[in-house]
Design a protein around this ligand. Structure first.
Ligand code: ZN
Length: 445
């Protein structure tokens, strides 16, 4: 995909620049030119990223689907870095410029290294991007999934869950009978995997407005209307409950559940706020819609400090989506959700067993090390249910609210939320942490 010969020519002319930069640079500046990444080097970029010092402030992105070309402009937070490095494993870079003209760059080991003083304005990158297997970028079905660290297959980025970014986006080049659904702007900091678009023959309907004036919609693909309207019957009320009990939503005044054709075997959804995606196979399930909505507060609103804090995102969201949906429906719905959670936990434990909350931070690979497991979702939910039983569910709502309001737009760890429980209520959750998050097996048995 990459035009290797032009890179080599360009890079050799710039060898002097790179050697100089390597001596004084904060980021991972290359000292010599190496070929573009081969298969297997891709995964290195995310690990390198943890050491990159310049921070992305916001990204402007124009993606053209007709010829899969794109332009990205990236602004950085003030800093001292004289080069910037970005993950770009799947991208073919055509040109890199600053506001004053072309700049030196090199792509190596899945990353794009650019000689650029972050204090001197944005960097502009012209590139091409591929169609990737489902779940690793833009898929053949027209929708994107960048979680957990595949943003570099769609745009130059930083994939660490703690790295926050805002973006402005434009998608063009769709076929005449299709529509691209995406937010034109993400106005608050979110992890890179929040960015997404979905292309298809969509029909959308406004479901209603919350008292905080957030307009909630749903979009479905052909023959998906009945399921979409069934699954979102309580979505406006649940969203309003979250706004009033946890805190103001920060990703805009329009939100939507978007059906995506991930295929028959795919399940669940993805927290692409403010237009989160739901697998077509789950569009009729109210809990899936509310689950992805709740991530606007936990996981996306407050980001994870590292992947080990996955339970802060998924455990809290699984608990809170059950709580929010129950509060706007009835006890029967609530009981059914917890029965389902129990069944899911039991079924998962037949195949695998892990600690829901590892003791390290920044050491595990969320996919390769098996942390992306229903164990984290379900044990995290049961942990919070036990805390709620001890201190009262309304009190726990208030703890969540205080934590969210203080930390929205930043990254936090599970320990920070546990500390908040102890400080605000006097209740020590440590024994429940041991029971649910730091033990194997099924505490329900
Ligand atoms: Zn989730």
């Amino acid at each position: 995909m990459l035009n290797t010969s032009s890179v080599t020519l360009r890079a050799s002319a710039l060898a002097f620049v790179w050697v100089f930069l390597a001596a004084c640079d904060d980021d991972a500046a290359p000292a010599s030119v190496t070929p573009d990444p081969t298969e297997g080097e891709k995964e290195d970029s995310a690990k390198i990223a943890a050491n990159w010092k310049s921070k992305i402030d916001h990204t402007w992105l124009h993606v053209d689907l007709a010829d899969r070309t794109a332009e990205a402009s990236i602004w950085f937070e003030p800093g001292r870095s004289s080069t910037v490095s970005l993950e770009a494993a799947g991208l073919t870079i055509d040109a890199v410029t600053s506001d004053t003209g072309p700049v030196a760059w090199e792509k190596r080991a899945g990353a794009l290294h650019i000689a650029h003083d972050v204090g001197k304005g944005p960097i502009h990158i012209d590139y091409r991007f591929p169609v990737e297997p489902q779940g690793e970028g833009l898929a053949g079905n027209g929708s994107t999934v960048l979680w957990p660290y595949y943003c570099g297959n769609l745009f130059p980025c930083r994939s660490g869950p703690a790295d926050g970014m805002r973006f402005v986006m434009e998608v063009s080049g769709t076929k005449s009978d299709e529509r691209a659904i995406y937010p034109e702007e993400l106005p608050a900091d979110a992890p890179s995997y929040t960015l997404a678009f979905a292309v298809g023959r969509y029909t959308c309907q406004v479901l209603g407005k919350t008292p905080a004036a957030t307009e909630v919609s749903v979009c479905w693909l052909p023959r998906g209307k009945t399921k979409a309207l069934t699954g979102t019957k309580s979505l406006v009320k649940a969203f309003a409950w979250l706004e009033s009990h946890i805190g103001p939503y920060t990703f805009g005044k329009k939100v939507a559940s978007i059906a995506v054709a991930w295929g028959e075997s795919a399940a669940g959804g993805m927290e692409h706020h403010p237009y989160w995606h739901i697998a077509t196979s789950e569009m009729e399930l109210p809990l899936t819609h509310v689950h992805e909505a709740v991530h606007g507060w936990f996981g996306t609103g407050v980001r994870m400090r590292c992947w080990e804090d996955f339970v802060l995102s998924e455990g809290t969201t699984s608990y809170l989506s059950a709580r929010a949906l129950a509060q706007v429906t009835d006890a029967r719905t609530e009981n059914a959700i917890w029965d389902e959670y129990e069944e899911t936990l039991e079924a998962t434990l037949e195949d695998e067993d892990i600690l829901a909350w590892p003791t390290t931070c920044g050491k595990v690979d969320i996919l390769d090390d098996g942390l992306f497991s229903n164990i984290v979702y379900m044990k995290g939910a049961f942990f919070w249910r036990d805390v709620a039983k001890a201190i009262g569910p309304e009190v726990l709502d208030e703890v969540f609210s205080g934590f969210y309001r203080a930390r929205v737009g930043t990254a936090a760890g599970m320990q920070d939320l546990l500390d908040e429980v102890r400080i605000e209520t006097g209740f020590d959750p440590a024994p429940l942490v041991q029971k649910w998050l730091r033990s194997r097996g099924n505490p329900l048995r």
